[in-house]
Ligand binder design. Structure first.
Ligand SMILES: [Zn+2]
Ligand SMILES: [Zn+2]
Length: 110
């Protein structure tokens, strides 16, 4: 039996046309998340495209502060799925690769 199973997956998106690249996490962790004193017991990460900035914006849709708009410019976000991911710059269908999970506690790059 496996221990903690996280269903949050990290995907690498790449545009074969213009070179756009993005790495984002999608999904929701299972109930084994360690409960902290902040109310982050539920998280569901979705991927959105900000057409204003022409980039991907990851969001926790269960975060009360998330209202479907880009946090930096307030424009309406478009949901992106891994099956139908298109480049926010040139609308080419993106290559999608599942990546290794990001470490949440260590942000130091190797
Ligand atoms: Zn592109
Ligand atoms: Zn934006």
């Amino acid at each position: 039996m496996l221990g903690i199973l996280y269903s949050v997956k990290v995907y690498d998106f790449g545009c074969p046309s213009c070179g756009f690249e993005s790495r984002n996490q999608i999904g929701s962790p299972d109930g084994d998340q360690i409960l902290t004193d902040v109310n982050t017991e539920f998280a569901q990460y979705k991927l959105y495209a900000c057409l204003k900035e022409k980039k991907f914006v990851g969001a926790n849709v269960l975060d009360a502060t998330f209202d479907g708009k880009c946090p930096s410019d307030g424009s309406a976000l478009q949901e992106v799925t891994t099956e139908e991911a298109r480049c926010p710059r040139c609308n080419t269908k993106l290559k999608v690769e599942e990546s290794k999970p990001l470490s949440t506690s260590d942000s130091a790059a190797e």
